[in-house]
Design a protein around this ligand. Structure first.
Ligand SMILES: CC(=O)[C@@H](O)[C@H](O)COP(=O)(O)O
Ligand SMILES: NCC(=O)COP(=O)(O)O
Length: 247
């Protein structure tokens, strides 16, 4: 079981593309944001190519594939279209996420336990191209154990409920759920990542959980970048999570 306090920052650049798509312009370019993020200390770049293409486009992923110095974490729904695209791109990491067109954002984790055969087949197929496959799931023992059974080497725990919690009791309960999930995942021998809805005011408690490998953060970084620039936003977040992990 890993109890290292080294923690990685995966920078999600989806919402740089959201701004571009809002006007159909060429700017801001998520590829430029990715390169700035790397210069500012990002350990990897996360992109979610949604079925509805509301932010990231194929063009972005193809360019990133050629220019990234770190590694790509490619988030995708479990569809034939995305499986074929991933096989073409061969990203270092693939995170399988649940997806619906109507949702405002990724509202819950992938139901691995409810569709083990389908997810197992996807994990096996994507592992063949050399990608490390992770499953974006709720911090729920049933889902974590199912993730292990389907052969995924990694999981990413959905921190959205923690981020949305409003009362101190709710926040404490949701944080405890994540802590239990991390320990359960590590106990199963999985690499445990976490993300969604993390920002400058709620990230430290999650970064302080021993054994978390990587936090994927996007929306808050893009928002803060409006005021301090993308490099500044990434550097601030990186400093915050490293300090919390060491404390
Ligand atoms: C899976 C995940 O948590 C991120 O990809 C996030 O979903 C990106 O933002 P949107 O959900 O707004 O597309
Ligand atoms: N997988 C979570 C992610 O990549 C970033 O989510 P958010 O910080 O944009 O909510």
């Amino acid at each position: 079981m890993t109890t290292s306090n080294r923690i990685l920052l995966g920078v999600n650049i989806d919402h740089v593309a959201t701004l571009r798509q809002a006007r159909g312009t060429r700017y801001p370019d998520p590829v430029k944001a990715a390169l700035d993020a790397e210069e500012a200390g990002a350990d990897g770049i996360t992109v979610h190519l949604r079925e509805d293409r509301r932010h990231i486009q194929e063009r972005d992923v193809l360019l990133l594939k050629d220019v990234l110095q770190t590694r790509m974490n490619f988030e995708m729904g479990v569809t034939e279209e995305m499986m074929a695209f991933a096989e073409r791109i061969r990203p270092a990491h693939i995170c399988l996420v649940p997806e619906t067109r109507q949702e405002l954002t990724t509202e819950g984790g992938l139901d691995v336990a409810g569709q083990e055969a389908r997810i197992k087949a996807a994990v096996e197929r994507l592992s063949k191209i050399g990608s490390e496959v992770s499953l974006f799931i709720d911090a729920d023992e049933r889902q974590i154990e199912a993730s292990k059974r389907v052969g995924a080497p990694a999981i990413e725990l959905h921190t959205g409920r923690y981020a949305d919690a409003t009362t101190p009791t709710e926040v404490a309960d949701e944080l405890q759920r994540i802590i239990d999930g991390v320990n359960c995942g590590l106990g199963e021998g999985l690499i445990v990542n976490a993300g969604h809805g993390l920002h400058y005011h709620n990230v430290e408690a999650v970064a302080a959980i021993k054994g978390i490998n990587e936090l994927n953060i996007g929306h808050a970084l893009v928002a803060h970048a409006l005021f301090v620039g993308f490099k500044g936003a990434v550097a601030e977040m990186k400093a915050l999570i490293l300090a919390a992990a060491k404390a």
